[in-house]
Design a protein around this ligand. Structure first.
Ligand SMILES: Cc1ncc(C[n+]2csc(CCOP(=O)(O)OP(=O)(O)O)c2C)c(N)n1
Ligand SMILES: [Mg+2]
Length: 413
C-alpha cells in the first residue's frame, strides 16, 4: 500500500510563507496542542518544595551576580545564564536518584550543579578564572563536572553529550545496574545529526536514558520556526522514544516528568524525551542584548516567570519567600566577595592537568550521595532530612523539616 506523504491538493504557488510571516511573534507563543500539559507532582514533601524554591532562587541570584560581574569587566570572556529556565535543571536534577548520572548540565543548567551540591564560592572562582577546584582557572564557562557528584563535564559541540549519556545508559543496562543517565540540550541542538543518531539508538535498544530538551524558543538569534517543521517531542515517536511536552516554567511539572521517565527507564521501558517549553529571557550570553526578541514575547514569558510562580506555591506552605531571597542573596554576596579575593592560577601551572593524572575518579557515589533526596530512603547521608552534607553551601540549604527522609509521611514513593 502506498504511503501518501504529500497533500492531496498541491499547494498554491504563493502559499509558502515569507520569513517575516514565519517569524511573527504569535508562532512562538504557546497555544493549541502545546497547551496540553501534564504536571502531576510526585512525592514532594513541604521540605522538598521549600528546597526546590531555594534552588531556583539560588540559581537566579548567582547568575544575576555573574551578569553584573561581566558588565563590571571583572568576569572574563562572556557569561551564559539560564534566566527564565531555572525550573528545568532544578526540577530534573531533583528527581534523580543517588546513582543516576547527569551528562551533562549545559550553559542554562546551573541548577543541576546546585542540586548536587557544588560549592558556590568555587563556582564564582571558576567564573572569574581564579584558583578553584572545578576548573583550576582554566576556563570560566560551564565546562566542568564532578565525577563524585555523578556529573560528567560537557564539551561544547552540540548535542554530543546526548551520545555520551547514551553510552552511560548502555553500560548501566548491560551491567544490570539500576541507574539512569540524563542529558540536557536545547531545541536548536535537535537539528544536528548526532541528535538523530542518539534518538535512533536510544529507541531501538530501549536504553535507560532521559533526554531533557529545553525549548527556549531560540538558538542564539534563530527562532524555532526557522529550525524545524515538527517539534522535538513529536519527532520522538519516529524513533520509538516516549515523549512528553511539558511546561518548563513549572518546576513540579519538570520534576514529575523526569520522575516518570526514570520509572520507565528503570522498569525496562526505555528512553524518554521531555520537551520542556520555556523562554530564554536574556541574550545567548551577556555579550548579546537579544534585541531581536519581540517585546510582547518577552512580556508573555515574564508573566510566567518560574520563580514568581513557585513563590506563590511555597507561600501557601507558610514559607517566607522574602527571607529566603535575602538569605540566598547574602550567601551569594559572600561567595562572590571571597572569589574576587582569590588569586589567579600560577602561570607556571598552565600545562598541568591537561591529561589525566593517576586513576580516574568513580562516577557517582551511590547511596552515599549527600545531594539526593533519595539518599535517606537508601539509608545514606540524607536520612536526617538535610539537602546535603558535603559543603557549607549545602548545609545552608538544608531544611530541618524532614525533606525526603524515609519517615516522611508526605512522601508517596
Ligand atoms: C555543533 C555545534 N555547532 C555550533 C555551536 C555554537 N553554538 C553554541 S550554543 C548555540 C545555540 C544553541 O541553541 P540551543 O540548542 O537551542 O540551546 P540554547 O542556547 O537555546 O540553550 C550554538 C549555535 C556548537 N556549540 N556546537
Ligand atoms: Mg534554544
Amino acid at each position: 500500500m502506498a504511503i501518501v506523504t504529500s497533500p492531496a491538493q498541491p499547494a498554491p504557488a504563493d502559499a509558502k510563507p515569507s520569513h517575516s510571516q514565519i517569524d511573527r511573534t504569535s508562532d512562538l507563543l504557546p497555544g493549541g496542542p502545546s497547551e496540553d500539559r501534564s504536571s502531576v507532582p510526585v512525592g514532594l514533601t513541604s521540605g522538598d518544595r521549600t528546597a526546590l524554591y531555594r534552588f531556583l532562587v539560588l540559581m537566579r541570584t548567582i547568575e544575576e551576580r555573574g551578569v553584573t560581574l561581566y558588565k563590571q569587566g571583572k568576569l572574563p570572556g562572556s557569561f551564559y545564564d539560564g534566566r527564565g529556565q531555572e525550573a528545568i535543571s532544578v526540577g530534573a536534577a531533583f528527581a534523580l536518584g543517588p546513582d543516576d548520572v547527569i551528562s551533562s548540565p549545559l550553559i542554562r543548567d546551573l541548577g543541576a550543579h546546585l542540586v548536587r551540591g557544588t560549592d558556590i564560592t568555587e563556582l564564582f572562582r571558576h567564573y572569574l578564572g581564579r584558583q578553584n577546584v572545578l576548573s583550576h582557572g582554566r576556563e570560566g564557562n560551564m565546562h566542568f563536572g564532578d565525577h563524585q557528584r555523578g556529573i560528567v563535564a560537557p564539551v561544547s559541540m552540540l548535542p554530543d553529550m546526548m551520545v555520551v549519556a547514551l553510552g552511560l545508559a548502555m553500560a548501566f543496562r548491560m551491567r544490570g545496574e539500576q541507574r539512569v543517565a540524563l542529558s540536557f540540550f536545547g531545541e536548536g541542538a535537535t537539528s544536528r545529526g548526532d541528535w538523530h543518531e542518539a534518538m535512533n539508538w536510544a529507541g531501538l535498544r530501549r536504553e535507560p536514558v532521559i533526554y531533557v530538551c529545553e525549548n527556549n524558543q531560540l538558538a542564539y538569534s534563530t527562532p524555532s520556526s526557522r529550525q524545524f517543521a515538527v517539534r522535538p517531542s513529536e519527532r520522538a515517536k519516529g524513533y520509538g522514544v516516549a515523549a512528553e511536552l511539558i511546561d518548563g516554567n513549572d518546576v513540579e511539572a519538570v520534576h514529575a516528568a523526569v520522575h516518570r521517565a526514570r520509572e520507565r527507564a528503570l522498569s525496562g521501558g526505555g528512553a524518554t524525551l521531555i520537551e520542556a517549553e520555556t523562554m530564554r529571557m536574556n541574550g545567548h550570553g551577556s555579550h548579546d542584548d537579544a534585541s531581536y526578541v519581540a517585546p510582547e514575547l518577552r512580556a508573555y514569558w515574564e508573566a510566567r516567570d518560574p520563580l514568581d510562580r513557585y513563590a506563590a506555591v511555597v507561600r501557601e506552605l507558610g514559607v517566607d519567600v522574602d527571607a529566603v531571597r535575602a538569605e540566598v542573596s547574602a550567601r551569594v554576596d559572600a561567595a562572590a566577595e571571597a572569589a574576587l579575593a582569590t588569586p589567579l592560577p600560577d602561570p607556571e601551572t598552565a600545562a598541568t592537568g591537561v591529561f589525566c593524572d593517576g586513576d580516574p575518579t568513580e562516577l557517582g557515589r551511590g547511596g552515599d550521595a549527600p545531594w539526593s533526596r533519595f539518599a535517606g530512603w537508601a539509608g545514606g547521608a540524607g536520612a536526617d532530612g538535610a539537602v546535603g552534607t558535603g559543603t557549607a553551601d549545602e548545609a545552608a540549604l538544608a531544611e530541618p523539616d524532614g525533606r525526603g527522609g524515609a519517615n516522611d509521611a508526605e512522601a508517596t514513593r
